[in-house]
Design a protein around this ligand. Structure first.
Ligand SMILES: Cc1cc2nc3c(=O)[nH]c(=O)nc-3n(C[C@H](O)[C@H](O)[C@H](O)COP(=O)(O)OP(=O)(O)OC[C@H]3O[C@@H](n4cnc5c(N)ncnc54)[C@H](O)[C@@H]3O)c2cc1C
Length: 511
């Protein structure tokens, strides 16, 4: 008889329930009587309840879990996200004029025999289209508040790449329901003590409500508290505050005053004097937040910036303060305990990498978890891969800050060489003479591809000087034809695709 195998997930936030549902599905829990997956969730500690922006990988995950896309959109007040519009990042506003650029999910238009990027770089700066508008039709589609797909299109599929914005509390509820359907057990209880074996593994957990729990693998999804991996096992957090300065967020939810108003299909990220603001349109409300460095401005000043952004009529909207320590644990899997979600680390909300890190972790756990025997080897591999993934995300996030020309101390400190990771500084130097390419990155530990770097670099006004090699790019006529073709495709897409609001209304009309 196969010995019993118990996986205990502590925490019922997005990380806990996504991990539970994913493992239940991947390990075929309903067909394995020897396997037990339990979520233990504190009735007294609420979930963080933020994290409304996602990355396109979430579509594959939700589909894998067998969640119907229409139902997901309806039940989580979701909208579709085609990327992020950055305002005032490169320059502070001058006389009411704002610099903007778009980071779309869609990769630049790709032709087998012709890479358009050098031809864009060689065009006259004053006359050329912004990089994202020149390279993909998605920028214009999102700008026009069109959806990336039509109502009749297959679930989770579309002509243009997309993710979602959703209500994080509602998502956790939906995932919990799906996990239970897949055979996950659920208990309400608070872990009060983590008992260790002489070798430093977890021997058992004590809870106020249910007494003692023993498991083969303990999955710490207790959020910032990191009850098991941090407090219990003492795995330390590696701070990256010297590179990423933001350490606080103020969040609020605003009602939508006009249910028929055009609806953005992108996150709006607006820089301010010491950080940035997010604006995320959901169906029926707007999530708005201010991310900032407490070393550069006070909490009062951050609240003033946020209230100024929200505008008149929202003076009394309650603000929630969420402090965080940017960093990650280098040892996320220790003996028989692995951390997933905020307990493993959190960098900051920029580019919405929280959920994508959960997806990466749980995918690896499902594949690497040994059927029996010691866990040291998979733990080592997991730690290496997750640490590399966090480091690479740090590089990508830092790129948004260190290229800015803004004059405020927060931005000047961000541009200081001492705050830029060496690897990123080296790449930036190389990219002055050639654009980012696929060989700059080891794909298995990357969340962002070389073209994501291109969108941020050239959106921020970074210069790659190809003029010395101009003669090596003789196909400018063909390139111009392709650039024109992208614009024709964009025109057609604008005519064919519904408005984002219309699509969301159509999906919500189905009951
Ligand atoms: C300001 C901010 C903005 C963010 N924006 C984004 C975004 O746009 N996109 C994105 O992908 N991510 C974002 N994130 C990250 C995202 O919110 C998290 O990755 C996600 O919500 C997962 O949280 P979690 O489940 O790890 O923790 P939590 O939601 O905090 O859940 C912790 C769970 O552990 C339980 N618990 C705690 N202690 C105990 C105990 N002793 N015993 C039993 N149970 C316990 C609690 O009851 C709770 O159920 C953001 C985070 C912050 C802080």
């Amino acid at each position: 008889m196969t010995p019993k195998r118990r996986l205990l997930i502590v925490g019922g936030g997005t990380a806990g329930w996504l991990t539970a549902a994913y493992l239940a599905k991947a390990l075929k829990l309903s067909e394995r009587s020897h396997l037990e997956v339990t979520v233990l969730e504190s009735p007294d500690i609420s979930i963080v309840g933020v994290g409304e922006g996602t990355f396109p990988t979430i579509r594959t995950t939700l589909q894998f879990l067998g969640i119907d896309e229409g139902r997901f959109i309806r039940e989580t007040s979701a909208t579709l996200k085609q990327g992020i519009r950055f305002t005032d990042w490169a320059y502070a506003p001058i006389d009411g004029r704002h610099h903007q650029f778009f980071h779309p999910f869609e990769a630049p238009f790709y032709a087998e025999d012709l890479n358009l990027v050098p031809y864009w770089l060689l065009q006259d700066e004053a006359g050329r289209r912004p990089f994202a508008q020149a390279m993909t039709l998605q920028a214009r589609v999102a700008e026009a508040q069109r959806a990336p797909k039509r109502a009749g299109e297959a679930p989770y599929a579309a002509p243009l790449n997309y993710a979602y914005h959703f209500d994080a509390l509602k998502l956790a509820k939906l995932l919990a329901e799906r996990a239970r359907q897949l055979g996950v057990q659920h208990l309400m209880g608070t872990v009060t003590d983590v008992a260790l074996t002489p070798s430093g593994a977890i021997a058992h957990l004590d809870t106020a409500q249910h007494g003692r729990f023993e498991a083969d693998l303990y999955i710490d999804c207790t959020g910032f508290r990191a009850e098991l991996i941090g407090r219990g096992l003492g795995s330390g957090l590696k701070s990256v505050r010297h590179q990423l300065f933001a350490d606080r967020a103020l969040a609020c939810k605003l009602p939508c005053s006009d249910p028929d108003a055009p609806m953005e299909s992108c996150t709006i990220a607006t820089a301010h004097e010491a950080g940035w603001l997010w604006e995320i349109g959901l169906n029926g409300s707007r999530g708005v937040g201010c991310v900032y460095s407490s070393s550069h401005i006070s909490d009062e000043r951050a609240a003033e910036i946020l209230r100024g952004y929200c505008g008149p009529g929202h003076e009394d909207a309650p603000l929630r303060s969420i402090p965080f320590a940017p960093g990650y644990r280098e040892q996320q899997w220790v003996k028989n305990c692995v951390a997933v979600g905020l307990s493993a680390g959190f960098l900051e909300p920029l580019e919405a990498t929280g959920l994508v890190l959960i997806e990466a972790a749980v995918g690896m756990i499902a594949e690497m978890l040994p059927h029996s025997g010691p866990m040291e080897a998979p733990a080592r591999r997991f730690n290496e891969l997750m640490a590399a993934r966090f480091e690479n995300i740090i590089h990508f996030l830092k790129l948004h800050y260190c290229l800015s020309q803004r004059p405020e101390p927060f931005w000047r400190d961000n541009a200081a060489r001492s705050s830029i990771p060496d690897r990123l500084a080296g790449l930036l130097e190389e990219w002055t003479l050639r654009p980012p390419g696929r060989f700059d990155f080891l794909l298995d530990t990357e969340t962002f591809a070389f073209f994501n770097y291109q969108y941020i670099l050239y959106g921020m006004g970074f210069r790659t000087d190809l003029s010395a090699g101009r003669d090596d790019f003789p196909q400018s006529e063909d390139a111009n034809k392709l650039f024109a073709k992208i614009q024709r495709f964009a025109e057609r897409a604008l005519a064919d695709l519904p408005s984002h609001r219309t699509l969301i209304q159509q999906i919500n009309a189905v009951r």
